[in-house]
Design a protein around this ligand. Structure first.
Ligand code: ADQ
Length: 753
């Protein structure tokens, strides 16, 4: 395995400067008759990050928004002011790049796929090129701004190529990435054009964080399915570089809302006016960007259904729908706007009365002072996203309910649902049931209402955006520190004479050896890999030494190991990766767990057989405790691709059981999680204590369980290239045989002398 240079940057000092990079800055340029002016940006990312940076400081790099031909000087003056006063640095994108990047690949390709709307996907390769170019321009801007020890925090789906581009320019930089939107399931993600490049772009980061555990798992499934990369729940290795994975649900800055509630005059006046206006009516509130993922149309239809099916609500309820215009250059958004306008007219026209407008529709951005008043006023906040990374409106609303007098109705498809279980959850695609839940929310008894809301309120205050930011940055620092450790632990080449000398010095030794791929090369069919006499001789010599405990641990069945190694006296055998063990001094096999239900095979076997049907040359091997799908003889790329699909499928199916699907060398094996070599080691150590020489060799992922558990002075040896936790590597099985022969000879030499 090629060794990577050790990173100079081991730990980022706590005083490091933060550089935030996102598509938009929290400030937007707007052209007026008097030249260019500054406005605050809308949307969740700006809402969340702005208070964080205001409190803790940091530089922010983002796109300035629309370019303009005229009045360049006034434009430049505004941007210079942003840089000097606010440390907000504007990136300029040429018009055609900006359009293809933002309205093209980011919002017509990535956005729909990541929100489970593949039917809305539009792709043209020109837009992809613009996306690449925009990311490149960003990477240039960040690299120019960067100073050693800075922490770079990249945000969201617009900049998914940026981590890798930065890694190439700044190999030692600390780069974190947070995805604000969902990560789609492994069924949907592969639909994405240029999916490999997107995943590889992200993997340039030291830390990748998602809003929920669910999204993180889906990201891992995509890595496996699209790139064939296995990962752990907390980490994935890109060569010898670790990438940390985290779920970090974003929060809000509660004081930005509670302070207005407590002491803002406009808020208080507006609130008083609305209380008078809506007297005797219950207020339902919805606040969204006008995006098809937010479920505005579905909400309006459910509301119409509610009014029709519950005539007693007539003149007793009002829905205030606030919808900020967004992405108006894209056709789908224009069509949505037209359809929403039509429905609003229809609801008010058909269901209203001269005294009552059932639906108040506001199609613009409103000030925070007003928004807070509305949150305070609303009896029910209705979040109906069809898919949403988190949804901050849900959190803002409960923040404005310190007394607990309100109900949150929340879509189960918003990330927020994962941590806001006290809300009344809805499936927004089901209009009838949604209407019923709204009715329930309106009638909820006071005690239950307060209990649910105060629990939510306290949690949102606790898990605020500052805590989220601290956790992200702490995790990024740890990830960078880990990088140094990870690289330090890369294996060295095993020097035969050095290990032979250590062996000779030992007086109580443990030798653990894998079989296939370690002592013999892989054969096309498992039964063809019988041990040659030289192996049997070496093992006999080693196992007959009373100072040695020699254990052969293999994935093979007990019956197979008995047939081949039954004659080697003094050898311990572990079959099926440790499901069964036969000690050197007895002749029977002992299972590692006494209760082993076997019915699971009836469920898993048909799936594996289905894969055999699809893959010429592959076959299923049935063991006592495991089922194995072998695809060594299948067409290589197709085999790998299907193996990824099989593991993804089995992982989901077996999640709640003690069974796991493992990838090995051209196999997928389903077996109980406890059947592993690490467990067998524990048994061996009970019999063999006070060891002064430990040697373990293997080539497979199952051997990693063992390497991980052995003490640090053990000689752990991985055969062949590939990521490993072993301390040493040898090139192939022949080199390992030479080492074992040296051990055997040094033993017999001592006996003679
Ligand atoms: P958004 O899709 O923008 O954010 P959301 O989380 O609901 O969605 O945030 C919207 C923000 O805009 C809120 O702070 C809200 O108060 C504000 N807002 C909405 N309508 C408004 C209006 N008419 N006037 C003024 N303000 C308005 C993305 C993801 C989300 C994720 C956030 C943060 O899509 O899933 O929660 O980032 O990570």
């Amino acid at each position: 395995m090629g060794l990577q240079p050790v990173s100079k940057l081991a730990i980022v000092p706590a005083s490091a400067r933060l550089i935030v990079v996102s598509n938009r800055l929290p400030l937007t340029l707007r052209k007026t008759d008097d030249g260019w002016k500054t406005e605050p940006s809308s949307g969740g990312l700006a809402s969340a990050m702005n208070p964080l940076l205001r409190k803790d400081g940091g530089d922010w790099i983002g796109w300035a928004g629309v370019a303009g031909e005229q009045d360049q000087e006034s434009r430049r003056t505004v941007l210079e002011e942003w840089a000097e006063k606010d440390r907000r640095f504007a990136v300029e994108l040429p018009d055609d790049v900006a359009k293809g990047f933002y309205e093209g690949y980011a919002n017509q390709t990535l956005w729909p796929v990541f929100h489970n709307f593949p039917s809305q996907l539009k792709f043209v390769s020109k837009a992809w090129e613009a996306y690449v170019e925009a990311n490149r321009i960003f990477s240039q801007a960040v690299a120019e701004h960067y100073k050693q020890n800075d922490l770079i925090w990249v945000h969201d789906y617009h900049l998914m190529l940026l981590p890798q581009m930065l890694r190439e320019q700044l190999p030692d930089a600390a780069i974190g990435f947070f995805l604000h939107i969902p990560f789609p399931s492994s069924e949907i993600f592969p639909v994405l054009p240029r999916r490999e490049e997107v995943l590889e772009g992200l993997l340039g980061a030291d830390l990748l964080a998602f809003q929920t555990h669910g999204y993180l798992q889906q990201f891992r499934a995509a890595l496996l399915r699209v790139l064939g990369m296995e990962s752990k729940i907390e980490q994935v290795a890109v060569g010898s570089r670790p990438v940390r994975l985290e779920a970090l649900p974003i929060g809000i800055a509660p004081e930005e809302y509670t302070n207005l509630l407590k002491s803002d005059r406009t808020t208080a006046e507006q609130y008083a006016e609305w209380v008078a206006r809506y007297k005797g009516r219950k207020v339902l509130l919805a606040v969204d960007r006008l995006d098809y993922t937010k479920g505005v149309l579905e909400r309006l239809r459910a509301y119409a259904h509610l009014l029709r099916s519950s005539p007693e609500l007539k003149e007793k309820v009002v829905l205030i729908q606030i919808a900020v215009p967004t992405r108006e250059g894209i056709d789908t958004y224009q069509e949505l706007r037209t359809e929403v306008n039509r429905l609003v007219g229809e609801i008010n026209g058909k269901l209203g009365t001269p005294e009552w407008t059932p639906l108040v529709y506001i199609n613009r951005s409103i000030d925070r002072t007003e928004l807070v008043g509305l949150y305070k006023l609303a009896d029910v906040c209705w979040v109906g996203s069809l898919r949403d990374g988190m949804n901050l409106v849900a959190k803002e609303y409960v923040t404005c309910k310190p007394e607990g007098d309100g109900v949150l109705v929340l879509s189960e498809f918003a990330g927020a649902a994962a941590e806001m279980g006290e809300a009344l959850l809805i499936n927004p695609f089901d209009e009838e049931r949604t209407a019923a839940t709204i009715e329930r929310a309106l009638a909820l008894d006071e005690q239950e209402r307060r209990l649910r809301m105060t629990t939510l309120h306290n949690r949102v205050l606790r898990n605020n955006v500052f805590r989220w930011g601290e956790r992200f940055l702490a995790s990024l620092r740890e990830a960078v520190a880990e990088r140094g450790r990870f690289i330090d632990t890369q294996p060295q080449r095993l020097r035969p004479t050095e290990v032979r000398d250590a062996y000779a010095r030992g007086s109580r030794r443990l030798l653990i050896l894998d079989y296939d791929g370690t002592l013999v090369p892989f054969a096309k069919r498992p039964q063809q890999a019988a041990p040659p006499p030289v192996i049997l001789d070496t093992l006999s010599a080693l196992a007959s030494d009373p100072q040695n405990c020699v254990a052969l641990m293999s994935g093979r069945s007990a019956e197979n190991l008995d047939r081949w190694f039954g004659s080697v006296r003094g050898l311990w055998l572990a079959a099926e990766h440790g499901a069964e063990l036969k000690a050197s001094f007895i002749s029977t096999w002992e299972p590692l767990r006494s209760q082993v239900p076997a019915e699971w095979k009836n469920t898993v076997m048909p799936i594996l057989e289905h894969f055999v049907d699809r893959t010429p040359g592959s076959f299923v091997e049935e063991k006592k405790y495991a089922l194995v799908w072998h695809y060594r003889m299948a067409e290589p790329e197709f085999g790998e691709w299907l193996a990824n699909e099989l593991v993804s499928m089995l992982e989901a199916m077996l999640a709640e059981t003690e069974l796991r699907a493992f990838r090995g060398e051209k196999i997928v094996e389903v077996k109980p999680v406890w059947a592993n070599k690490g467990e067998v080691l524990n048994r061996l150590l009970v019999t063999w204590a006070d060891l002064d020489f430990i040697f373990a060799a293997g080539d497979d992922r199952t051997d990693e369980d063992l390497f991980e558990r052995l003490r640090s002075d053990a000689w752990t040896v991985h055969i062949g290239p590939g990521p490993t936790r072993a301390s040493y590597v040898v090139a192939d099985f022949e080199r390992l045989r030479q080492v074992l022969k040296l051990f055997a000879e040094s033993g017999s030499a001592r006996k003679v002398s």
